[in-house]
Design a protein around this ligand. Structure first.
Ligand code: SAH
Length: 375
C-alpha cells in the first residue's frame, strides 16, 4: 500500500497521511524551493494556511492572498503578522504579506508582476461565468512565470464511497483527467504557456489506473518577463479591497538596521572592554603578587571565535580614568558588525547620536564603573 495512503477498511474510508491538503501545500512549497519566486499570489486562499507556510520560504518577498469570502480570510489572518522574534532578529530579506477581498473573475493591477500564482482547489468552486473569465485574468492579465492549478480528479471518486456526487457541496464540477487536461492544454496554448500534469494522493496498489486524488497542472510561461512599462500599460481600475497588510521588519529598512547595529556595536564594545579590564587586572595581580580571585567574567553568550578576537583586539582600546575607549575601527573589524554596515563611514553615520563617542568621533566610550561595582 502507498506510503501516503491508509485504507480504513471497516468504515470503507480512505485516509491520506499526511492529510491531502498538506500534501498539496507541500507540493507548492517544493515548487517554491525549486523556482525561488520573489512574488507569490495564492488565489482562493481561504483561511491563509498555504500563505502561512509560504511566509517561511526565504526567497519570497511579496506574498498576496485573494479570496471572494472576506470572513474566511479574516479567521486566521493574524497568523500572518510578524512575531516578536521577527523584530528582535530582523533578517536581510523584506517581506510584505497582503490579503485582498475580490474575485478571480476580475482584474486588479495589484496582481501584476508576480512570479508564481497558485490556485489550489479553486477552479471547481467557480461559477460557469467566472471560470470563463479565469484564464484571461490569470494567464492573460497577471501572466506570472508559473501558475499552479489543482483540482479534484473525478475518476478517483469511485474510491471514496458515500459521496453524493462531488466531494464538497460548493463544487460546481469535478473533472476527470481528460477534461482537466484538455482545458489546461487549450489554456496553455492560447496564452503561450507549457503545462505539465501531476498530482498528489496516490490510489491504493492495483487501483492506480484512476490517477491521483488531486490532479495538478503546473504551467510555465514560454515568453520572458513582461517589462514594467508593458505591465503599466495593462493596469486597469482597482477591483479588490485590501483587508490585511503586514510589513515584516527587515535590515533593508534603515530603522531596523540601525537598531540591530547599535545593539551589536554596544555588545561587541562590552566584550572588548571586559577583555581589556581582565588583562589589566591580571597585570596588576602579577605586579602586586595579589591573591585576589576577582576576574572580569566574559559574557558566555558570545561564540568562542568572538571571545578570542575580542581578547586579541582588546589592547587597541585604552582606559582613561573611569572611561574605556574602544576605537570604532576595532569594533568594525568584528564580522557581526561589518556584515551589517559594510564600511566604517557607514557605521559611524548609523550609530551617530545613539551611543557615546569620543570628542573626535573615533572611539566608543564606556564606563568602567560596572566592573568596579562588581569588584
Ligand atoms: N486554496 C484553499 C481553499 C480552497 S476552497 C485550500 O487549498 O484549502 C476554495 C476557496 O476559493 C474558498 O475559500 C472560496 O471562498 C474561494 N473562491 C470561490 N470563488 C472565488 C472567486 N471567484 N474568487 C476568489 N476566490 C474564490
Amino acid at each position: 500500500m502507498d506510503k501516503n495512503f491508509q485504507e480504513e477498511q471497516f468504515r470503507g474510508m480512505i485516509k491520506f497521511t499526511p492529510p491531502l491538503s498538506n500534501q498539496r501545500y507541500q507540493f507548492v512549497k517544493d515548487l517554491v524551493e525549486k523556482y525561488k519566486p520573489k512574488k507569490v499570489a495564492d488565489l482562493g486562499c481561504a483561511d491563509c494556511k498555504l500563505l502561512w507556510m509560504l511566509k517561511f520560504c526565504s526567497c519570497i518577498e511579496v506574498l498576496v492572498g485573494l479570496d471572494s469570502c472576506e470572513s474566511v480570510m479574516k479567521e486566521k489572518m493574524h497568523k500572518l503578522s510578524p512575531l516578536p522574534v521577527d523584530y528582535l532578529q530582523p533578517t536581510e530579506r523584506s517581506l510584505t504579506v497582503t490579503l485582498y477581498h475580490g474575485s478571480v473573475a476580475h482584474e486588479d493591477p495589484c496582481m501584476l508582476g508576480f512570479d508564481m500564482v497558485t490556485c489550489i482547489e479553486l477552479i471547481e468552486h467557480l461559477e460557469e461565468s467566472e471560470l470563463k473569465k479565469f484564464p484571461e485574468v490569470v494567464f492573460g492579465f497577471m501572466a506570472p512565470s508559473i501558475v499552479v492549478i489543482s483540482t479534484p480528479n473525478f475518476e478517483f471518486n469511485t474510491l471514496l464511497p458515500g459521496l453524493m456526487l462531488f466531494r464538497h457541496p460548493d463544487h460546481k464540477f469535478e473533472w476527470n483527467r481528460a477534461q482537466f487536461q484538455s482545458w489546461a492544454l487549450e489554456t496553455a496554448r492560447h496564452y503561450n504557456y507549457l503545462v505539465e500534469f501531476t498530482g498528489v494522493g496516490h490510489a491504493p496498489r492495483g487501483m492506480e489506473n484512476v490517477g491521483f486524488c488531486t490532479q495538478i497542472g503546473v504551467f510555465v510561461r514560454k515568453y520572458p518577463q513582461t517589462s514594467g512599462f508593458a505591465q503599466s500599460e495593462k493596469s486597469s481600475k482597482t477591483a479588490y479591497k485590501m483587508v490585511f497588510k503586514a510589513v515584516y521588519p527587515s535590515l533593508k529598512d534603515e530603522k531596523y538596521l540601525q537598531n540591530t547595529l547599535v545593539g551589536e556595536v554596544i555588545s561587541t564594545a562590552q566584550i572588548i572592554k571586559q577583555c581589556l579590564l581582565k588583562h589589566l587586572m591580571s597585570e596588576d595581580e602579577e605586579c602586586n603578587h595579589s591573591t585576589t580571585e576577582r576576574k572580569a567574567q566574559l559574557q558566555p553568550c558570545f561564540s568562542k571565535d568572538i571571545r578570542k578576537l575580542a581578547a586579541e583586539k582588546s589592547l587597541e582600546s585604552f582606559v582613561n580614568g573611569n572611561v574605556v575607549y574602544v576605537p570604532l575601527k576595532t569594533i568594525f573589524s568584528f564580522p557581526q558588525v561589518n556584515r551589517l554596515c559594510g564600511t566604517l563611514e557607514r557605521l559611524r553615520k548609523l550609530i551617530a547620536g545613539q551611543v557615546t563617542l569620543s570628542s573626535d568621533g573615533y572611539a566608543l566610550m564606556l564606563s568602567t564603573e560596572y566592573e568596579n561595582e562588581e569588584n
